[in-house]
Design a protein around this ligand. Sequence first.
Ligand code: CP
Ligand code: NVA
Length: 313
Amino acid sequence: MTMRHFLKSTDFIPGEVEDIFALASQLKLERGHNKSKDLEGQSWALLFFKSSTRTRISFEVGIKELGGNALYLNKNDVQISRGESITDTAKVMSRYLNGIIIRCYDHSLLEEFAQEGTIPVINALSDFLHPCQIYADAFTMAERWNTNGAMLDSLKGKKIAFLGDTVCNMGNSWILGAALFGMQLALAGPEGFEPHNEIQEVLSEAGLEPTWAFTTDPLEAVAEADAVYTDVWVSMGMEKEETERLKILQPYQINGSVMAKAKPEALFLHCLPAHPGQEVSKEVLDSPTSIIFDQAENRLHVQKAIMATLAKS
Ligand code: CP
Ligand code: NVA
């Protein structure tokens, strides 16, 4: 049997995503009653090369709530920091663990680990993709829009606008996610921030038609949008470009006048951490249609469902 991994949003097909969302809903309802113990007797590690608040905590808590044992390993805790290969690390860790969650820079590290190890690997963010985040985001929107049918049905045909750093891991993830969830994606960023071929190739490999359009005009992108999304302008690892980025991305700030161009009830989403006054105004972050903390909470429920699914496959 081929080992399943979750390295990119398209690693599950829509029917599986629907099942994951249904399980996440059930886990959310039963939280505190400790019914589901899908990781009983298992040990899952988190191997992190970058900082994290939400991802680390939601995975550690999620593993423990599913009856498993969670180990957090910063890169400095393991011999990778002293030159041990990813291949050897993957082979060794596979002898101890039942699954691993990795946050790294180069996406190829995840692929190498998955190739060389014998345990499920989950992408907890790479420079290229952040699939756990957009599954939680889609689940959160579906909770708001669902009319008691299938959760994915409530996303179909909806327009999401993504403003700012359209070539970062979140922009890339939305290109895959929008196609997977049946949404239209309007990307708005400066010239030179058009999606790269690499992400288009992942979409094609998954057999999905692109559902995105790119514009340099932020107001064109948000026009009639059902949801408006942004991410930090300086992702982890991009710190050297901070001064330039804060300047060229300024026209893409989401504020009250930008939100006014979207549908009146449009949701505002942000993966967090946020920088009020940069990519989004405080007014929008704190507005009634901002669902940022529901997104953060749902990371826990959705990731528990993803781990339970991988553990059974
Ligand atoms: N959204 C997100 O992944 O947050 P952290 O970097 O805090 O994990
Ligand atoms: N694009 C951001 C996402 C943080 C959750 C980063 O990579 O830093």
